[in-house]
Design a protein. Sequence first.
Length: 280
Amino acid sequence: MSTIGLGLALAAAAAVGGGAIAFAQSAPQSAPPAMAPPSGFLPGYLPKGATPNSLAILPPAPAADSATQARDEAEAKAVAALKGGPRWDLARQDAELRFPAAADTFSCALGVKISPETTPHLYTLLRRTLSDAGLSTYPTKNKYRRARPFMARGGDICTPEEADHLRADGSYPSGHAALGWAWALVLAEAAPDHENELLARGRAFMRSRVICNVHWLSDTEAGSVMGAATVARLHDEPAFRAELEAARAEIAAARAAGEAPSRDCKAEAAALALTPDAQP
């Protein structure tokens, strides 16, 4: 299985929207076609200039001699033993942002199969919020160009095919963490009866980036801030609110119809249980 980097995903989304993307600024994000294909990337809900500005929200990237960097180093060492095992394999799956594969990421936590056939509005909601949350991280990524763990300390990464792209893409904050936490928040709102499971899966999704050796712990924490900021802003968009309401109804209908996740949820739970606690 090959994966695709976030920057490439957002560039693809911008192409669908009809314009080139400048990561330091929000790109125009027009509505997707009414009959968008089930694969590929879509532009987000937020109009140009409405994406939360990470430079105005986040602190600077941690300095090399800071306590935060020391904590990051300790965390990287703590998860290194997971390489090659089930949790490493799950982290690689979490790196996949292309749909339909990415739709499975939260299906076990939700307890419902997420697909364009069973939950088309929810499926679109995840695809479009990916672009909104991911874009929010790029002003800070581009300013600091923080080196990723595998660049600073060596070691393998779970997506070696992305290595060249990742070297050119700043580590702080994590775009995967931003979109993963945004997904968790949106899903928890759509299915509040599974809130605990969904938020826990969102935290695990962010942790996967550290396990993959492509992000520091502080990158993912900053990414989660941007994911939350993006979701807060999305609630001002009527199209987002309408899609969220439709997704709620779809989830209820899918449960009633017995649309169970297609992923092996027992194997996922076993892999997640291997994750050590994060550094205090």
